[in-house]
Ligand binder design. Structure first.
Ligand code: ADP
Ligand code: MG
Length: 583
């Protein structure tokens, strides 16, 4: 007697099923994929449950259907109409190809199928009842063209698997997520989900991806999205991304499909995030719906049992192309228009420097600024004066300030603009410092070096940061133990008269915990921009307001500051009229 034996087919199938059928949502995913592959234009998912669990899943499609022989074959393990051999995988267009789903589902549940081929004329439909992976009933029935699969008593024979199921609502949520993902990737199909007789979700057949998005997440979100486009010889990128104001705390709403397959890919999500650069704070993620059409021979779909992951050749070209497409879509886009329903949902703490004499709370106060304050703002604005460049903001004329913090301006078409003066000037400075750094100019020598004596830990940090600081326009020398001389600062900071400012700036930089060099560089730039920018609470003359708006308009991304907050908010005529309920 040998201790090794070949497993019987039932056991083999149950083990194989474990990979494909993890939970009710997996059943829904496989049945939907089959329905889509069958060329359906309309698919109904009908789920029943009791208080504890999902009891029945029924998926009905109007696809090409099957003959009686095909229907029987479909439940054999490794039976598929979609490929003949492995070479076919390199040109695959269907979602399925493993020929395992129906066999796997039938191995762990009770399945009934009713199907009738398209254009079968008088030929009747077929009804199969499958128990224990065997066809136990086969009959002719009247049926519409297409296929209905009913799955009941899931995991009745695999109690271990059943034990791992979560609450009914969690499992339902997974089902909805599966439908969402497939619906987003397949606008050519109308999806409807019903739970215990109640409609839970419905998408229309193509009116484009935006319609699907509106159907799933509401018209407000859909309206606020920005279209994305990109191309390489072997790649086409399309889809929609959120404005920075619509961000989320995690990447779960970056939906990606590759050749109609909804895919989970950290790398692509990261590439999308990358495209936002400083428009989003570090820990925020956008909402995105991206479709990638990639030459099929570059996509290896056979790497994951449930096909949620794929392997991409030429990923090194694809990922940067995604980032570039996102960046391009956002650059200069009117990011403030149609501000979403909940504005200011993401106030990011960013410390603004210096004491800010805030006149807020003094109604009707007329702000008179001291001479010193006005010249400071003047100097700050003069440092960022540039010639030429494209205007990326609509023309607007300042009317005045509110709370010495927001510039109120009017557009030629009667749009009202509110501009955060500090955020706006930060954006201007940030862009200029970045640009100058690339050209390695923009340092300004201090008349007297600022001496810093630091505790050991900080001095190590500063020593390490010297090259990075040099990159950003700081010239720092170490002389003596734990003592440093700051000899020059970025031109954007201006001639710093106050050594305190230098100390504070350096302290800010040392407090930064970013790891990667690009991140730390960005922090240097952000801090310099923040320190050098016109302050909130600074009274500006009409001329200064005008200059600031003109400078902002010539930046590449005028609608947000480097922290991702809006710089400009617009209320167009329609919106104003709406607020006052005029016609
Ligand atoms: P795969 O999708 O990988 O081919 P499945 O086990 O999911 O494997 O399905 C087996 C075969 O059954 C499919 O290749 C297809 O020919 C047929 N089939 C399954 N579902 C449907 C359906 N809803 N409409 C028409 N044919 C179907
Ligand atoms: Mg399949």
């Amino acid at each position: 007697m040998t201790k090794i034996r070949v497993l019987d087919p039932d056991t083999v199938n149950q083990i194989a099923a474990g990979e494909v059928v993890e939970r009710p949502a997996s059943v829904v995913k496989e049945l939907l994929e089959n329905a889509i592959d069958a060329g359906s234009t309309s698919i109904l998912v009908d789920v029943s449950s009791d208080m504890a669990a999902i009891t029945k899943i029924r998926v009905t499609d109007n696809g090409e259907g099957m003959t009686p022989e095909e229907a029987v074959l479909a439940f054999h393990p490794h039976a598929t109409s979609k490929i003949r051999d492995i070479a076919d995988l390199s040109t695959i267009r269907t979602l399925g190809f493993r020929g395992e789903a129906l066999a796997s589902i039938a191995a762990v549940a009770e399945v009934t199928i009713i199907t009738r081929p398209r254009g079968a004329g008088a030929l009747a439909g077929t009804r199969l009842v499958i128990r224990g992976a065997e066809v136990v009933e086969k009959s002719e029935v009247g049926a519409p063209e297409g296929t209905t699969v009913v799955v009941e008593r899931l995991f009745y024979n695999t109690p271990a698997r059943r034990k791992f199921l979560k609450s009914r609502n969690t499992e339902l949520a997974h089902v909805y997520a599966v439908v969402e993902n497939l619906a987003l990737a397949h606008g050519e199909v109308a999806f409807r989900v019903v739970h215990n007789g109640k409609e839970r979700m419905a998408t229309q057949r193509s009116g484009g991806a935006l319609n699907t998005i509106a159907g799933l997440y509401g018209a407000d979100l859909a309206r606020s999205l920005v279209p994305v486009e990109g191309r390489l010889p072997f790649l086409r990128i399309g889809g929609y991304i959120s404005r920075p104001s619509e961000s989320r705390g995690n990447p779960s709403q970056v939906f990606v499909s590759i050749n109609g397959r909804s895919i989970a890919s950290r790398q692509i999500a990261a590439a999308v995030r990358e495209g936002y650069g400083t428009l989003l704070p570090k820990d925020r993620y956008p909402v995105a719906f991206l479709d990638l059409a990639i030459d099929t021979d570059l996509v290896d779909v056979n790497v994951h049992p449930t096909k949620r992951e794929v392997r991409l050749s030429r990923e090194r070209e694809i990922l940067p192309a995604v980032s570039a497409a996102v960046e391009e879509a956002l650059a200069g886009h009117d990011l403030a228009r149609e501000t979403p329903a909940e504005p200011a949902q993401q106030r990011i703490a960013s410390t603004e420097p210096g004491p800010i004499p805030s006149p807020i709370g003094e109604p009707g106060a007329s702000y008179t600024a001291g001479h010193r304050e006005l010249t400071l703002s003047d100097k700050q604005l003069r440092r960022t004066e540039t010639e030429g460049g494209e205007n990326l903001l609509p023309a607007m004329e300042p009317i005045g300030q509110v709370a010495a913090t927001y510039i109120v301006a009017e557009g030629t078409d009667g749009t009202l603009y509110l501009v955060d003066q500090h955020a706006a000037h930060e954006r201007v400075l940030y862009d200029q410092v970045t640009e100058r750094r690339d050209k390695a100019t923009g340092s300004q020598e201090l008349i007297a070096p600022v001496i810093l004596s630091l505790p050991p830990k900080e001095s190590t940090a500063l020593r390490d940061a010297i090259p990075l600081l040099a990159d950003g326009g700081f010239v720092v020398d170490e002389f003596g133990r734990d003592t440093f001389a700051v000899r020059a600062v970025p031109a954007a900071l201006g001639a710093v008269e106050d050594p305190g400012t230098v100390r504070e700036t350096i302290a800010d930089l040392l407090a930064d915990e970013s790891r990667t060099v690009p991140d730390r560089r960005q922090t240097v730039t952000c801090i310099v921009a923040c320190r050098g920018a016109v302050k909130a609470g600074a009274v500006l003359t009409h001329d200064q307001q005008k200059r600031l708006l003109a400078q902002l308009a010539r930046t590449k991304t005028p609608w947000t500051c480097p922290h991702g907050r809006p710089t400009v908010v617009a209320f167009d005529r329609k919106k104003l009229d709406g607020i006052f309920r005029r016609g």
